[in-house]
Design a binder for this molecule. Structure first.
Ligand SMILES: Nc1ncnc2c1ncn2[C@@H]1O[C@H](COP(=O)(O)OP(=O)(O)O)[C@@H](O)[C@H]1O
Ligand SMILES: O=C(OP(=O)(O)O)[C@H](O)COP(=O)(O)O
Length: 445
């Protein structure tokens, strides 16, 4: 059974109905303002289409990983303000997720009005591994549509039931209340952004043109290390940069100082390296690293050959913040030779110009490739734009990094599964699904 789509919902009619929309508004902030609004722009078409059709739109989204507390540093206020500017209409922001403010604002929504709930991860139940906790939060979210369970809302009647639209492609790999559990409680639909993303990415899952090169970096190290297992069966070459490379170097016996490191993943990457050595997929690691004295834009730094890291002479507080020049050349050649390239995760701390060279080279090389090039991930997409590239220079820029990687791995995605189950008339299987919550720890639970 395939998921129902936004068009199905619009055809059914939404005027006067509360529609919950899960969007991915997890945007980078700088000095309290949105530094890259790509995900907001990508989310707006669905939100405005529903509002224009007379729906009372309640948007749910997360920002960062606030670990279940209402930390103002993770407020969605900057995203709400930017969304209002881009949409040219009012976007109200509730002060909580399903509390008094959310209930009142939702009940007061006019036809065509847009309300954004506060960061859903302010509520610890959103990412909980406990199904019952997530189900409880999902029921409170569903009740915002005025359906059964709502004690306060007076707007909707049983003749105009609420609906749920999942348009948060970047979060479809998360088994969270607002992504997964909610779809079992309301008529549920797949948003246009999710549909488009799946459409493009499906071109990489069949028989991609080879060589097929996957470039991996970024800072969500354990998430990204986990996908390598399946990707090794699909890609010809993996180029490893960013924060995850230090776990590989450590596994090879190098000293990585204070660089990002997942000590407990060393056996896992050792197994990857052993598999690669036996043939099949190649894992290409950097041969030189930019080591810095501190995590700062103006930190002193030097290029060290990887072989020099073994001695540990760089000190325990030094940290690797970018791939070195020799590695940049090697990665560039691999990428230009490829017929299919998927890239997720910056090669270094691109937010600091001194450590942006690796990311710039990878982006530049993708633009010079004649094959299909796909960039995935909130920060990767932000990086290419911040470094002056145009979206049009790439085959596709996906709003989801982890989500697209898990899709390319061939894994089923909880958010999509839930929509399909809903379309087939089934819920999300509470009480029977023992695998629930497998990723909650990774996502700020
Ligand atoms: N060597 C490194 N050390 C620490 N952080 C890094 C390193 N390389 C890249 N990063 C950081 O990774 C972050 C992006 O990671 P991630 O969220 O995994 O990417 P994406 O959002 O594209 O999936 C960036 O903020 C960047 O500064
Ligand atoms: O930024 C995101 O993913 P990405 O960094 O893999 O692109 C999504 O918003 C998901 O966030 P999460 O990885 O904290 O669940």
């Amino acid at each position: 059974m395939t998921a129902k789509t936004l068009d199905d919902l619009l055809e059914a009619g939404v005027a006067g109905r509360h529609v919950l929309v899960r969007s991915d508004l997890n945007v980078p902030l700088e000095d309290g303002a949105v530094a890259d609004d790509g995900r907001i722009r990508a989310s707006l078409p669905v939100i405005t289409a529903l509002a224009d059709a007379g729906a009372r739109v309640v948007v749910m989204a997360h920002l960062g990983r606030p670990k279940g507390t209402a930390d103002p540093a993770f407020s969605l206020r900057p995203a709400a303000e930017r969304m209002a500017e881009l949409a040219g209409r009012e976007v109200r922001l509730a002060a909580d997720v399903t509390g008094a403010s959310a209930r009142e604002e939702s009940a007061n929504l006019a036809d065509g009005g847009i309300l954004l709930l506060e960061n859903v991860r302010f509520d610890p139940r959103e990412t909980s591994k406990d199904e019952a906790e997530r189900a409880e939060l999902a029921a409170e979210m569903a009740a915002l549509t005025g359906g059964s369970g709502s004690s306060e809302s007076t707007q909707a009647t049983p003749a105009t039931p609420g609906a749920y639209v999942d348009d948060a492609f970047g979060a479809v790999h998360r088994r969270h209340a607002s992504v997964y559990d909610i779809a079992g409680l309301l008529p549920s639909y797949q948003g246009g952004l999710v549909s488009r993303e799946l459409d493009v990415l499906s071109r990489l899952t069949g028989e991609p043109d080879r060589p097929y090169v996957v470039v991996l970096g970024g800072s969500k190290v354990s998430d990204k290390l986990a996908v390598i297992d399946n990707l090794m069966d699909r890609a010809d070459t993996l180029l490893i940069g960013g924060g995850m490379l230090f776990t590989f170097l450590k596994a090879q016996g190098h000293e990585v100082g204070a660089s990002l490191l997942e000590e407990d993943q060393i056996p896992v990457v050792t197994e990857y390296l052993e598999r690669a050595a036996k043939g099949g997929c190649r894992i290409v690691l950097p041969t030189d690293i930019v080591m810095a004295s501190a995590f700062a834009a103006d930190a002193e730094h030097e290029v060290l050959p990887v072989a020099a890291l073994t001695s540990g002479a760089h000190g325990a507080s030094a940290l690797g913040l970018d791939i070195g020049p020799e590695t940049r050349v090697a990665f560039g050649e691999e990428i230009r030779r490829a017929e299919t390239v998927f890239w997720n995760g910056p090669m270094g701390v691109f937010e600091f110009e001194a450590f942006a060279h690796g990311t710039r080279t990878v982006a530049q090389s993708l633009t010079e490739s004649t094959g299909l090039t796909v960039v995935g991930g909130g920060d990767s997409a932000a990086a290419v734009r911040a470094l002056g590239f145009d979206d049009k220079q790439f085959g596709h820029i996906s709003t989801g990094g982890g989500a697209s990687l898990e899709y390319l791995e061939g894994k089923s995605l909880p958010g999509i599964d839930a929509l399909e189950r809903s379309a087939a008339g089934h819920g999300t299987g509470h009480g029977t699904d023992r695998s629930a919550g497998h990723d909650a720890a990774q996502a700020g639970a």
